[in-house]
Design a protein around this ligand. Sequence first.
Ligand code: AP5
Length: 210
Amino acid sequence: VFDSSKITVIYVLGGPGAGKGTQCAYLVEDFGFCHLSAGDLLRAEQNREGSQYGELIRTYIREGTIVPMHVTIKLLENAMTEALKEKEGKNIEGWADGKGRFLIDGFPRKMDQAIEFDRTVCLSSKVLFFSTTEEVMLGRLLERGKTSGREDDNIESIKKRFRTYENDTMPVIQYYASQDKVAQIDSTVTIEEVHNAARETVQKLFSEKQ
Ligand code: AP5
């Protein structure tokens, strides 16, 4: 579907509450990425009137488990197509090298997604891995849960999300690490410190590519 020579994809992984979304917002400002969050795309689809997947997505998210691959990949590919169409022919900062720069957050979360997306969309993706302890993530999510309105920001769902992360997503991170594609960033420290480290890392990834 996509011409891989015309896109750069960086996956953003880490546990629930590691700070993926927070840091992606900064990196978009720094580098002009198109930020696509698998979780946001799924929540939008869940709330879209008439969606055939609404109930299915709601059940998986509440249970803290991985939504079936075909749904997530379809949403992601549609969003990438839209973004590329929108930018086509425009000299937008960060896309000026003619490449669509995508920061894909919360994906791939399971080995089947990694293999399928690498096969059909982009083989050369790098991974930014935000890592911290469960204790830190739990504290952040419980705090955010007071105002987020997210159905999965409660202690029961959070514990299930941690288990899913350990069982399904850690193997994906190990898989990419074995290919030397993972840059690990300690996200235990302040938002600003994490951002500085993330910016430097992405800068390096881009200079390595040239
Ligand atoms: P998703 O929406 O991706 O949730 P998540 O991975 O659990 O991560 P969060 O969004 O909760 O946290 P985050 O790491 O982005 O942290 P944030 O920056 O918000 O996924 C939800 C569900 O959707 C999944 O469980 C699954 O069911 C489904 N899903 C998602 N992707 C899927 C896929 N690929 N396939 C199938 N199903 C999928 O920060 C958290 C809080 O901490 C914020 O309040 C923030 O202000 C604060 N904070 C951040 N950094 C710091 C810091 N350094 N110091 C202090 N506070 C901080």
